[in-house]
Write a protein that binds this ligand. Structure first.
Ligand code: PMP
Length: 362
């Protein structure tokens, strides 16, 4: 007998999101390089702030996140009234889909775009649509060509996960300017802090009424475990998102830690610079071993292999050496491995393990 209890249309089309693995059975001394986390962890000031927050666990947290929004506004030069905070940038993506897309609507993203866009679109009853990329890089013309009168949201991660590639400010502006009138461009800046001199799309989101920028504390700020993200955009859109946001979506611990983290610009800059140095070194070492990658602007490289079989075999070899990286077949890149930039020792271990793998196959 079939049950009368059924979810909303589209929900069962959602493929369950698989997080990065954290351990390997029977292997000690494991390094997790599968979730683009900051290997140095958060600022010590963020840890101290999180600990201090534990003294008031019986109190509800702030509902309007004013202190955190002001700190973000101060550090990034943005109007705090146009900022919204959420449980990771995932929650901001969810709010956008909930508030702006429904049955019959389309949510556009790039071919190798972050999986949450399609998940949130389907959860809202909308239809995700993927626009082709060029050489694993977002293609503005293809995105514009894929727009219809049903397109409500266009998600673009810049830099993109898992490719690491990004497009420039002129292309972003051209995309925003060419969208149909009912569509919002969401520039996902989860990795924006890794790019020196890039504002993550903030100026565009500040100037236009159809652009929202999302950001996270999970990457450069090393707070993936606490789940804090934010969005910035036109006042009218932020007002709409606040209406669907739960009143206590962030705990005091999340709010206090994030505020301390964003204020510790020196720590963030040290992490950014070390990531850039090690990313260049790892990409160079892999290329010398015959494993190319696109120039990455994030905290990972996308290593390309000749085939899916070779990528799977290299993944298995890395695991035997205690190194967990990410298969990205779910992103349409079965012949690639996404490798998070760890600390110096981790990067050295990865290069050595890939060298062993290549040596055994030639
Ligand atoms: N956008 C992109 C492009 C990401 O890679 C991620 C994390 N994997 C997120 C958003 C979500 O990050 P969080 O919810 O931790 O802020």
């Amino acid at each position: 007998m079939t049950s009368a209890i059924v979810p909303q249309p589209g929900i069962l089309d959602i493929a369950l999101y698989q997080g990065g693995k954290a351990k390997i059975d029977g292997v000690a001394d494991v390094v997790k390089l599968s979730s683009n986390e900051n290997p140095f962890g958060p600022s010590p000031k963020a840890i101290a702030a999180a600990e201090a927050s534990l003294g008031a666990l019986h109190r509800y947290p702030s509902t309007d996140h004013a202190a955190l929004r002001c700190a973000i506004g101060e550090m990034h030069g943005l109007d705090p009234d146009r900022i919204i905070c959420g449980v990771g940038s995932d929650e901001i993506i969810t709010f956008l889909c909930q508030a702006y897309a429904g049955p019959g609507d389309e949510v556009l993203h790039t071919e190798h775009g972050f999986l949450m866009y399609a998940i949130s679109a389907r959860a809202a009853g909308a239809t995700p649509v993927a626009a082709p990329e060029r050489e694993r890089t977002a293609d503005v013309d293809a995105l514009l060509a894929a727009c219809t009168d049903r397109t409500k949201l266009v998600f673009l991660a810049n830099p993109n996960n898992p490719t690491g590639t990004m497009i420039g400010g002129n292309d972003l502006a051209r995309l925003a300017g060419g969208l149909p009138p009912q569509a919002i461009l969401v520039i996902d800046g989860a990795y924006a802090e890794y790019v020196e001199g890039y504002d993550g799309g903030a100026a565009l989101a500040g100037a236009r009424d159809n652009v929202v920028m999302t950001r996270t504390f999970s990457k450069l700020y090393g707070l993936g475990g606490l789940r804090i993200g934010w969005g910035y955009g036109p006042a009218a859109i932020i007002d709409v998102l606040n209406r669907v946001r739960g009143p206590f979506n962030l705990s005091a611990t999340q709010l206090e830690a994030a505020e301390a983290a964003v204020r510790d610009a020196d720590y963030a800059e040290r992490c950014r610079a070390e990531n850039a140095r090690l990313r260049e070194k790892l990409a160079h070492d892999l290329a010398a071993l015959g494993v190319p990658s696109d120039t990455s602007q994030g905290n990972f490289v996308l290593a390309r292999f000749a085939s899916e079989t070779e990528a799977a075999a290299c993944d298995a070899h890395l695991q035997s050496r205690g190194l967990i990286v990410r298969r990205v077949a779910g992103y349409g890149l079965p012949h690639c491995l996404r490798i998070t930039i760890g600390d110096e020792a981790a990067c050295t271990r990865v290069a050595a393990a890939v060298a062993e793998f290549r040596a055994a196959r030639t």
